[in-house]
Design a protein around this ligand. Sequence first.
Ligand SMILES: [Zn+2]
Length: 160
Amino acid sequence: MLNAKTGKKDKQFVVQLAGQVDDQADIEKAIGTLPAPPYEMHVNCGQITRINSIGVKNWIKYFQKIQGLRVPIFFYDCAPPIVQQMNLVFNFSAGGKVVSMQVPFSCEAEEHNFTLTFTVPDLRKINFNIPGQKCPKCGSASEFDDIPKIYFKFLMNPQV
Ligand SMILES: [Zn+2]
């Protein structure tokens, strides 16, 4: 099930997506009527839990249509399933700009695994060397739970 909350703030059409982007998800219906131009679309992807191959196809189709309307698209707080697709599928962001994304961390206690949101300029500033964090649940040292070359591939090699 995919849910969308939308709102308008000045020229920004703000969309908060939550849930699964799969065969059951109708992105266009969930987001609903678009405001009258000109506007920018600001999409928060922080609560997307899963996306499958049909979801990917529909996602690209939807956002390419928005891009075709010459609406600038910005993606925020991209959850790991969305980051994965950005790495795998060349035109997944459909010309949109990724502003921030979630970075996964693992604690010794596996059930404490958590994510933190980093902005893309901050990630570039630290050259994708993600500093260790304290687990918010138990305070142990927690490490970035992926490989920079893989998790940040779409940022490191934008053409690939
Ligand atoms: Zn912990």
